[in-house]
Design a protein around this ligand. Structure first.
Ligand SMILES: NC(=O)c1ccc[n+]([C@@H]2O[C@H](COP(=O)([O-])OP(=O)(O)OC[C@H]3O[C@@H](n4cnc5c(N)ncnc54)[C@H](O)[C@@H]3O)[C@@H](O)[C@H]2O)c1
Length: 252
């Protein structure tokens, strides 16, 4: 472990959007950050935020095994895992294909399981560890056009609570954050899809997201990263199995 480090952190989907903000926050808090993503976090590496990038597909157990072995051989430990990689598509259930269902479940739900399974043995050996999963407000409520995505995020929360119970005895905490309408490339794609499905322009959908948010602004990736920073930190030392809404009230 690097001497100046508070610990070793891995962030999946840490190259852009919410994951990028989480990587920046963990680096700011003194963690040595490795990003596991399909795409490289070039700016984050230039900025010195991310020390290591391992091209990883979180739907592949082999790809994950290689990545976790690389991190363990470089640092010896994994203190923090942020399971943040995720995807979405939008469709009415009557028109939804099995491929769309599987794509959402493979990345959002199975990816969290595979990553957690790969990292837990080293955390159990260390008798400590912190896992934070990026779920969604779609994991605590129903969302039209996102039934498959919502189901995958409900799965993440069920998984979070269940693993938390299994590993609490080893000093490992497992929590989730549930963001609302966050301005990222995922949202950009959704504005177009939802606009087409609802006969609206992307900017009308965007205004709708703000209207649906009681705090009356769009959510920023940093809003989520701050709560991840809290969950990883000492002030959350006795919190496990929780799914914390970070939505400006949009989940209510
Ligand atoms: N944007 C929102 O409004 C919103 C709301 C609630 C929850 N979320 C969740 O937050 C997380 C991040 O979303 P975002 O909005 O930043 O999305 P994004 O599309 O901007 O970024 C997602 C990142 O995950 C990576 N990724 C995708 N599939 C992967 C795979 N198979 N293996 C490894 N990496 C992969 C992408 O390359 C990308 O860097 C997701 O889990 C998403 O479901 C987003």
């Amino acid at each position: 472990m690097a001497d100046n480090s508070r610990g070793i952190a891995m962030v999946t989907g840490g190259s852009r959007g919410i994951g990028e903000a989480i990587s920046r926050r963990l680096h700011h808090d003194g963690y040595t950050v490795t990003v596991l993503d399909l795409a490289a976090p070039e700016q984050l590496m230039t900025d010195g935020v991310v020390e290591r990038f391992i091209q990883t597909d979180v739907t592949s157990a082999d790809s994950i095994k290689t990545a976790v072995e690389q991190v363990l051989s470089a640092y010896g430990v994994i203190d923090v895992l942020c399971n943040n990689a995720g995807v979405s598509t939008m469709q009415r259930v009557v028109d939804m294909t099995e491929d769309e269902w599987d794509f959402n479940f493979d990345v959002n739900a199975k990816g969290v399981f595979l990553m957690t399974r790969a990292v837990l043995p080293s955390m159990i050996r260390q008798n400590r560890g912190i896992i934070v999963n990026t779920a969604s407000m779609a994991g605590v409520k129903g969302v039209p056009l996102l039934a498959h995505y919502a189901a995958s995020k409900w799965a993440v929360i069920g998984f979070t609570k269940s693993v938390a119970l299994e590993v609490a005895q080893y000093g490992i905490r497992v929590n989730a954050v549930c963001p609302g309408f966050v301005q990222t490339s995922m949202q950009e794609r959704e504005l177009g899809w939802e606009g087409q499905l609802r006969g609206m322009t992307p900017s009308e959908v965007f205004q709708d997201y703000i209207r649906l948010t009681p705090m009356q602004r769009i959510e920023e990736p940093e809003d989520v990263a701050k709560v991840v920073g809290f969950l990883v930190g000492e002030d959350a030392a006795f919190i496990t199995g929780e799914a914390i809404n970070v939505t400006g009230g949009a989940n209510l």
